[in-house]
Design a protein around this ligand. Structure first.
Ligand SMILES: C[S@@+](CC[C@H](N)C(=O)[O-])C[C@H]1O[C@@H](n2cnc3c(N)ncnc32)[C@H](O)[C@@H]1O
Ligand code: SF4
Length: 374
């Protein structure tokens, strides 16, 4: 594991945000353009992303590319090829690089999956969320379990190197049996990689409004039980709080971000980290596109972290990894703090040689909050 991190910290990655979604899911607060209700100038957006990539500072070829969203699978394979060509032209893409796309199951036909592979995509992350039709309905998803299963098979037949399945657990009304059946289906599909997230009520979403109006909220104890059940039923390697993989199929792009490596980022609301500077793009579509079309970089803000902030961030990110992180000065400061002492005594964190490890992954966010307060 530490070898993976040692490699990731030296790797370069590129993120491209594709904000369009067929419709917005009630729980989602990502930078999304709802194609049902909002103007969705897909062609113009792809042209803007290509132009933004052309404006990027020189760099060496990248080791990982991630097309994230939103729903990048609303694009046709020609759009995706144009974006990858722009990255190839500007930076180069290393031979053997991971080139990944996030996709909604209902978009993945055999023909589309083959076209993606032809365009250069070799990893697909499918937002299955659950294989229970009632849970999918409660999450407001547009696909059914059969479509998600067919999407996994289509991706495999098309020759994707890595297939990931995203799951959400702890939707109100989901039983433990339903969750275990979902996990079993993912395991039976022989997924290479699994990401599983507890349903979170994000501020400003339709879900948070219905919870405020009296709808049931996700129950943290129920989510803890489901997380434990997942640990018992998946024999992939658990390498990050929410991520499991076959050895060798860990996500290089994500590892780069957790290892505080460098990644450039393009598109609406995208966040990047290069030359020790963190930048974020405009989150309003018109503002983003207008900037690029008038030849300006669409960066809303950027900051250079001082050396203590970087050290603290290194610990904050690295503690998400199941192998832990080199403690360093931030680790020493955490252990010297009252909160750090409490975590240590309660067996939430442990010291393993020079490394600091979160033993109880469900409490990672609580530890991370204390790290940010150092
Ligand atoms: C940015 S979404 C993009 C994926 C794709 N558009 C989809 O929905 O299938 C990435 C993943 O984040 C997770 N996610 C998004 N909002 C969430 C929330 N409020 N709680 C838990 N997981 C969430 C979902 O598992 C989703 O697949
Ligand atoms: S969860 Fe995925 S499909 Fe749903 S709104 Fe968010 S990005 Fe779009």
């Amino acid at each position: 594991m530490s070898d993976l991190v040692a490699r990731a910290v030296l790797e370069r990655a590129a993120y491209v945000h594709v904000p369009f979604c067929h419709r917005r899911c009630p729980y989602c607060d990502f930078a999304v353009v709802d194609m049902e209700t909002e103007s969705s100038p897909v062609e113009r957006y792809v042209a803007a992303v290509v132009a933004e990539i052309a404006m990027a500072e020189d760099w060496q070829p990248v080791h990982a590319v991630n097309l994230g969203g939103g729903t990048p699978s609303v694009l046709d394979a020609g759009h995706i090829a144009r974006i990858l060509d722009a990255l190839e032209e500007r930076f180069g893409i290393e031979a053997g690089a991971e080139v990944s796309i996030e996709a909604n199951p209902e978009d993945i036909t055999a023909r589309y999956a083959e076209a993606l592979v032809k365009a250069g995509i070799n990893r697909i992350s499918l937002g299955a969320q659950s294989f229970d039709p009632t849970v999918l309905r409660d999450l407001g998803r547009a696909h059914n379990p059969e479509q998600a299963i067919a999407a996994v098979r289509a991706a495999r037949s098309a020759g994707m190197d890595t297939v990931n399945i995203d799951l959400i657990f702890g939707t109100p009304g989901e039983s433990l049996e339903s969750w275990l059946a979902t996990v079993r289906t993912a395991v039976d599909l022989e997924t290479d990689h699994l990401s599983a997230y507890a349903l979170t009520v994000e501020r400003g979403t339709a879900l948070s409004r219905s919870v405020a109006d009296g709808a049931p909220a996700p129950d943290p104890d129920d989510q803890a039980d489901k997380y434990e059940a997942l640990l018992d039923h998946v024999d992939l390697q658990h390498y990050e709080v929410s991520n499991w993989a076959r050895p060798g199929s860990e996500c290089r792009y994500n590892l780069t971000t957790w290892a505080q490596g460098e990644y450039d980022a393009f598109g609406l609301g995208a966040h990047g980290h290069r030359n020790r500077v963190r930048k974020r793009n405009y989150r309003r579509l018109e503002v983003y596109v207008d900037h690029v079309e008038s030849g300006r970089r669409p960066v809303q803000g950027s900051e250079r972290l001082d050396s203590w902030e970087r050290e603290r961030e290194r610990l904050f990110l690295g503690l998400r990894l199941r192998g832990g992180v080199h403690g360093g000065t931030a680790g020493a400061a955490l252990l010297a703090s009252p909160a750090g002492q409490r975590f240590l005594e309660a067996g939430v964190i442990a010291v393993a040689g020079e490394r600091l490890v979160v033993i109880r992954p469900l409490l990672t966010d609580a530890v991370a909050r204390e790290v940010l307060a150092l």
